[in-house]
Design a binder for this molecule. Structure first.
Ligand code: 5RP
Length: 260
């Protein structure tokens, strides 16, 4: 390891480490995308290599697929798996009902398909991701490249009648070029400030021609594992509230940290 992790990275790490407890031998597991999900993939890889855990991983992006293979996890496509026991993924925001904004890492489409095809979705997040109202994080919307500016205008027009604070949509860039998702699409980031009715917004946005999917995950997540920078962890369940509070010692294992 090249240096001390920041409190936020420690929080992501302990959340990921705790989430490994949800994974049982023989499971088909959806593997999320992003920095928190990357910790999970490394932790699962360690279990596979050192404890003989047998799982099949269904990655939600090419990045995650590469990492999963690198750390020794057997990877299969969603079409091969068809149905999953569990998906573990990060989030950009979650609220008290465990509704989410996802897609900051640009993988919302595959993430939503995989999570929806799973018996259970567990989100891993640092405590800063918890919000009273969704919307401070710009809402990612995946759109087809064809006519994206028309789609952008239609999205902004639809926002006029929605319960949101801001209404600006910007095209996500990758340097000087539009960002391209794994499915070859673009992403519009909606700067909404505060979303009053996330369920309604998700339905309205998805009806606009050119929109493929939005980053609101409504009634999909079952549990959130919340990590803190000092090693504390809280597991919150959609039906039962806080079901587990724990603390993990932050032990820097060479296998997990060597590539950072
Ligand atoms: C990727 C996602 C990520 O889960 C989300 O952006 C959180 O990322 P990180 O764990 O790096 O904070 O939705 O599309």
């Amino acid at each position: 390891m090249t240096g001390e992790l920041s409190p936020i990275d420690k929080a992501k790490f302990v959340a990921a480490k705790k989430a490994v407890e949800f994974v049982e031998d023989g499971m088909r597991v959806g593997l999320g995308t992003g920095s928190t999900a990357a910790w999970l993939v490394r932790c699962l890889g360690e279990q596979v290599r050192e404890q003989g855990l047998r799982i099949k991983g269904v990655p939600t992006s090419t990045r995650t697929a590469e990492l999963a293979r690198e750390v020794g996890i057997d990877v299969m496509s969603l079409d091969e798996a068809r149905w999953l026991d569990l998906t573990i993924d990060g989030a950009d925001e979650f609220d008290a009902d465990l509704n989410l904004i996802k897609g900051g890492g640009g993988a919302l489409l595959q993430e939503k398909i995989v999570a929806t095809a799973s018996d259970q979705m567990v989100v891993i997040a640092d405590a800063a991701k918890e919000v009273e109202h969704l919307g401070n994080f710009p809402l990612p919307v995946e759109v087809v490249p064809y006519g994206w500016q028309t789609t952008q205008a239609l999205v902004e027009e639809a926002l006029v009648s929605m319960d949101v604070m801001g209404r600006k949509a910007t095209l996500r860039m990758n340097g000087a070029r539009p960002y391209i998702t794994d499915e070859g699409n673009h992403i519009l980031d909606l700067h909404l400030g505060r979303i009053g009715n996330a369920r309604q917004l998700a339905m309205v946005v998805n009806q606009i021609p050119g929109v493929v999917e939005n980053g609101l995950f409504i009634d999909i997540c079952d549990q959130v594992v919340i990590g803190y920078g000092d090693g504390r962890i809280e597991v919150r369940d959609i039906n039962e509230g806080t079901v587990n509070e724990d603390r993990l010692e932050f032990v820097e294992s060479d296998n997990l940290f060597s590539d950072i």
